[in-house]
Design a protein around this ligand. Structure first.
Ligand code: GLU
Length: 481
């Protein structure tokens, strides 16, 4: 059975690149009716961030990526948190020493610091490999601090077949005797990933290309232990542009950043699935099940992909259109709450107007901020080329609107009647009245609905107040002219 894993380090919010790795590992496992495992790689205590493990669970859940085994759901291969597996790593490190694949190293910082070659490159010189068994035992008995290092071959080549990149070969003399177990007894990634992937029965290791060239080192451990190496799929990075990686600095690196901007979780997942992989028929909008069915390694690209937020917005807009009004409204409510609109306006009506217009939910802020903010605005907004109108032409129409709207009880029909009659009376096109009144009501050239809808939304008192204020603004401007 195929078993894949996602092995994040709990160092903060989930990076989009990591989420894509998780997604591909999940899709590949599910496509082949296999299991997807979550393992928390927390052996680097310095980079550990409180709460980050919970953020990993929450992100995966929101993204619809469900693990079959993991710290929270259990499974037959636990524990799934590396810091709880310390003894296991030590046990296997000792076995590796017995097999000649590793050795104790007692060198102190000073000695290590003096190892720089003429180019300034510090490389361990296998000094402690020369210690006899007795010398090692004496040092251990004396309680000397130690690390355990991998014993790399010094000649020949190591190679393996990557499922995405093909054959990868490195000369062994380039491989350093990496530390496998640190002074504190904790393993490094170099060792823990091998022990865990082996013991957890991982058949396909799917991870970023930063591990592409160090994988031969890991394979040497598998071989020294007499274990079968897994299959590897290394994934190229996701970039902001040709040169820059996505980074926290630009606020566009984390899954959470995009949720906060008002993207739907599956729209993000759908988009990142296509970053670095394309389905055979080039379909762009896919449900999770469709992604699972369509996923195949042939579609994975070797080159870095560029994150195009416009494209993701386009996809998100499609998903928003598919929501029912109720679903849209449920999500939009939290935005209305933040804008303090809830007790003041008919928010369901607002949702009706916005549902077809938002690409991301945060568009709500700009679309309706005029509801709570109405100050002086640029009279140039009354200018409309096609309707041949401007603020001077708008003035009598606004005056008429003020008179007419005062007299009526506000309903869609009554507002429409009143405004239509103004156009007839003044002999102007209906659109001109509607446009002028809408600008006067909102101070915006573009609003999520026409004059009637805006008046209805604002209510009678507020509409009249705004029309009055807009008229005053025009009068003041005329006075100055
Ligand atoms: N903890 C490693 C990381 O977050 C995992 C790499 C792997 O998947 O082996 O980069």
């Amino acid at each position: 059975m195929i078993r894949t894993r996602f092995a994040p380090s709990p160092t903060g919010f989930m990076h989009i690149g990591n989420l894509r790795t998780a997604l591909y590992a999940y899709l590949f496992a599910k496509k082949h009716k296999g299991k997807f495992i979550l393992r928390i790689e927390d052996t680097d205590r310095e980079r550990y961030v409180e709460g980050a493990v919970d953020a990993i669970y929450a992100t995966l859940r929101k993204a619809g990526i469900f693990h079959d085994e993991g710290p929270d759901v259990g499974g037959g291969y636990g524990p799934y948190i590396q810091s709880q597996r310390k003894d296991i790593y030590m046990e296997y490190a000792l076995k590796l020493i017995e097999r000649g694949g590793a050795y104790y190293c007692f060198c102190d910082k000073e000695r290590l610091g003096s190892l720089a070659d003429e180019k300034g490159v510090k490389r361990y010189d296998k000094h402690c490999l020369k210690l006899s068994k007795k010398e090692v035992q004496d040092k251990l008995d004396a309680g000397e601090e130690f690390v355990i290092r991998q014993n790399m071959p010094t000649e020949g080549l190591s190679s393996y077949e990557d499922m995405v990149f093909g054959k990868i070969t490195v000369p062994n003399d380039e491989l350093e005797d990496n530390i496998l177990i640190k002074v504190d007894g904790m393993p490094t990634y170099n060792f823990a990933n091998v022990v865990d992937d082996h013991l957890m029965g991982i058949t396909h290791v799917i991870r970023g290309t930063e591990y592409l060239s160090s994988t031969p080192k890991y394979n040497l451990i598998y071989e020294a232990m007499g274990w079968q190496t897994p299959n590897y799929m290394h994934l190229p990075p996701i970039m902001k542009d040709q040169k820059r990686k996505l980074s926290k600095r630009y606020g566009d690196a984390n899954f959470e950043d995009f949720l906060n901007k008002g993207y739907l979780p599956h729209a993000i997942v759908n988009y990142i699935a296509l970053l670095g992989w394309s389905p055979k028929d080039n379909q762009e909008k896919l449900s999770m099940q469709e992604l699972i069915d369509a996923f195949d390694i042939d579609g994975i690209s070797k080159s870095p992909s560029i994150f195009d937020e416009q494209k993701m917005k386009w996809l998100n807009a499609q998903y928003i259109r598919e929501l029912t009004l109720e679903e849209f409204h449920d999500i939009a409510l939290s935005y209305y709450q933040k804008m303090d609109l809830v007790d003041k306006f008919d928010t369901l009506k607002l949702s009706q107007l916005l549902h077809g217009r938002c690409e991301v939910f945060s568009d709500i802020y700009n679309s309706v901020d005029f509801l709570t903010e109405f100050g002086d605005f640029d009279l140039g907004l009354y200018y409309h080329k096609r309707m041949k109108t401007d603020f001077k032409a708008a003035k009598p129409l606004i005056e008429e609107a003020l008179k007419a709207l005062k007299e009526i009880e506000f309903t869609t029909d009554s507002i429409m009647d009143a405004l239509t009659r103004i156009s007839e009376k003044m002999g102007v096109k209906k659109g001109q009245t509607m446009y002028s009144v809408r600008v006067a009501l909102t101070g915006r050239a573009s609003t999520p609905g026409g004059a009637i809808e805006m008046a209805e939304l604002l209510g009678k008192d507020e509409s009249l107040r705004r029309l009055k204020k807009s008229l005053e603004m025009i009068k003041k401007a005329e006075h100055k002219l």
